[in-house]
Design a protein around this ligand. Structure first.
Ligand code: GLU
Length: 478
């Protein structure tokens, strides 16, 4: 049975990169009727952020990625927080020490700092020089027994060798052990480093596939060596490509939001987020872009994940969210809009009118949060346009002619609705000799106050003659 894990560190909010790692693993698990495990990698206590564990789980839940095992979920292989498994790591380090595959290192932080500085000054890559590896066994044991502070390092093979990884995404990747150093496995406070904990846990938790970010690729020789030292068969590995900004720099907060939480707050739908994220690196055999989660489970494969970085295109994300909003049943849309509506002045408005407004706005909404500004024309006494493009067009001479002529037409009829709008506009065309865009746009802008406003016919039908007259007159005054 396949068993994959999502193993975040509780250092902050769930990043879209983390969500993608979770999603790809989860898709693979569900495709193979396996188990999806959540493991909290909280061995770096200094970087731990209060509340991060809950946030990570809450965001996975929101996105619809369900777990089979993890803290609070049960399963036979826990505890699932690394900070609660220290004795397990220490026991494994003892085995490495006994077998001569690791050694205690007593070097002080100052010595290591100076060593690095000297190496850098010479233009060398900073790495541990193996001083304590050379210590006689008796001396090492004596110093450990006397309680001297130390870490435990793994031994990289004396004779350099090339370690080859068959990565599910990158194919064969080789790295020479001369490029790695004697990695610290156990810190002086008794906590393991990532490198030890990840190998021990992935083995004990019977993980079959390790899916993680490309930033971990250089670490695989250390991990494969540890599997060898313990006499274990390594799992399969899939290293996912980076997620990039459009300028191809690494995706960063500087160019917009990157936390899943931010997307939730902005009113992106979880279905749209997952669909969008699935396409960050993975691509289907044809050019289909919209995928339900069920389709993704069916189609996903590591073979179709790209090696090169995937660009996070925010316009495309908006477009995709719009597609998903358009597909919602009106009742469903209404439910999803409620938390956003609650933050607007329109929360207490008439529910029938609200629902009508939602229906009219549905095709144009890019995000749910936009509802606040879009409801203004439906409920405010004198709504104002904010888009400079709207002002500019309404101030043009031809626009004013159209608006005045339309007001006259409107004053001569009893009511305005979807059925007589075109006839009235036709009359304006005949009297002003203005047609096409120059005819329709001033009317659209004056009544909807937006460039991308809702369908004019639906709006006039809802607003009726008096409200439209008010809007047209105030547009004429601009
Ligand atoms: N704790 C690591 C991280 O948050 C996980 C890496 C892995 O999945 O092995 O990046």
């Amino acid at each position: 049975m396949v068993r994959l894990r999502f193993a975040p560190s509780p250092t902050g909010f769930l990043h879209v990169g983390g969500l993608r790692t979770a999603l790809f693993s989860w898709l693979y698990v569900r495709q193979h009727a396996g188990k999806f495990i959540f493991r909290l990698e909280d061995t770096d206590q200094k970087r731990k952020v209060e509340g991060a564990e809950n946030d990570l789980i809450r965001m996975l839940e929101w996105a619809g990625i369900d777990l089979d095992e993890g803290p609070g979920f049960g399963g036979d292989f826990g505890p699932y927080r690394q900070s609660e498994r220290l004795d397990i790591y220490q026991e494994h380090v003892r085995k490495l020490l006994d077998d001569g595959n690791a050694y205690p290192c007593f070097c002080s932080a100052e010595r290591l700092e100076k060593l690095k500085d000297d190496q850098r000054a010479k233009g060398d890559t900073p790495r541990y020089d193996g001083l304590c590896r050379m210590l006689q066994q008796e001396e090492s044991s004596r110093r450990v027994d006397s309680g001297e502070q130390h870490v435990v390092r793994m031994k990289i093979p004396e004779v350099p060798e090339t370690i080859v990884l068959q990565d599910l995404i990158r194919g064969n990747v080789s790295i020479d052990t001369s490029q790695t150093e004697d990695q610290v496995l156990l810190k002086s406070d008794g906590f393991p480093t990532y490198h030890l904990a990840v190998v021990v846990d992935d083995h004990l938790m019977q993980i079959t596939h390790v899916v993680r970010g490309e930033e971990w690729l250089p670490s695989f020789p250390k991990h494969l060596l540890l599997y060898r030292y313990f006499g274990w068969t390594p799992p399969e590995f899939a290293h996912l490509p980076l997620i990039l900004n459009p300028d191809r720099s690494k995706l960063s907060k500087r160019q917009g939001d990157v936390a899943v939480e931010d997307f939730l707050d902005q009113g992106f739908l979880p279905e749209a987020l997952l669909n969008f994220i699935a396409l960050l690196g993975w691509s289907p055999a044809d050019d289909q872009e919209l995928f339900s989660l069920t389709e993704l489970v069916k189609e996903f494969s590591f073979e179709r994940v790209n090696k090169s970085g995937a660009v996070f295109d925010r316009d495309k994300f908006n477009w995709m969210n719009q597609q998903y909003i358009q597909q919602l049943e009106l009742n469903d849309l209404q439910q999803r809009l409620l938390p956003f509506l609650d933050k607007t002045p329109y929360a207490g408005e008439d529910t029938v009118l609200l629902k009508k407004a939602f229906g009219i706005l549905q095709p144009r909404l890019l995000t749910l949060r936009e509802i606040g500004q879009r409801l203004s024309i439906f409920f405010d006494e004198s709504p104002q346009a904010t888009d400079p493009e709207v002002f500019k067009l309404l101030q043009e001479e031809t626009s004013k002619q159209v608006l005045s002529a339309f007001i006259k037409e409107l004053e001569s009829v009893e009511k305005l609705g979807e059925d007589n709008l075109s006839g009235l506009v036709k009359n304006v065309q005949l009297t002003t000799n203005i047609k096409g865009k120059n005819l329709w746009m001033p009317l659209r802008y004056a009544i909807t106050l937006e460039v991308q406003g809702p369908d004019l016919k639906l709006i006039v039908d809802l607003f009726g003659k008096q409200k439209c007259l008010r809007l047209l007159r105030s547009a004429l005054e601009l």
